[in-house]
Design a protein around this ligand. Structure first.
Ligand code: RB5
Length: 148
């Protein structure tokens, strides 16, 4: 899978760890930065990853900041992006099964490394269930298309 990834300074260590994990699993990773723990601004990276997913340049996106909150708020401003902030494997699984989430947001300051990687693994492996959930995702699209 081709996966776009990005973080701010707070998410940088976990972003680097996730990148290695993904490459080891055979995924293609497009890294939009940041490149160090020097202070920066999470919307810059959420924007790049969200645009890559929106344009189909990446199948999925992963964003990491301190809590994951700023990344999820920003990513969900982009049409076609369904960003899910996940704290555990259950949320990761449900975000795929029911919401067809195409961007995963994680918080470096609130997750241990092993848990974060386990969330990523579950999120990548779980398919969208479709059926009644497809109707609900379609309703999201309709709302999006009418948004100012
Ligand atoms: C940075 O200090 C922090 O605010 C940011 O990483 C993120 O947690 C925002 O939602």
């Amino acid at each position: 899978m081709r996966i776009a990834i990005g973080s701010d300074h707070a998410g940088f260590p976990l972003k680097e760890r996730i990148k290695r994990f993904l490459v080891d699993k055979g995924h293609e990773v497009i890294d939009f930065g940041t490149t160090s723990q020097n202070s920066t601004h999470y919307p810059l990276f959420a924007r790049e990853v969200s645009l890559a997913v929106q344009k189909g340049e990446a199948e999925r996106g992963i964003l990491v900041c301190g809590t994951g909150i700023g990344m999820s708020i920003t990513a969900n401003k982009f049409k076609g992006v369904r960003a899910a902030l996940c704290f555990n494997e259950y949320m990761a699984r449900m975000s795929r099964l029911h919401n067809d989430a195409n961007v995963l947001c994680l918080g470096d300051r609130v997750l241990g490394e092993d848990l974060a990687l386990s969330i990523v693994e579950v999120w990548l492996e779980t398919p969208f269930e479709g059926g009644r959930h497809a109707k609900r995702v379609e309703l999201i699209r309709e709302i999006e298309s009418g948004c100012p």
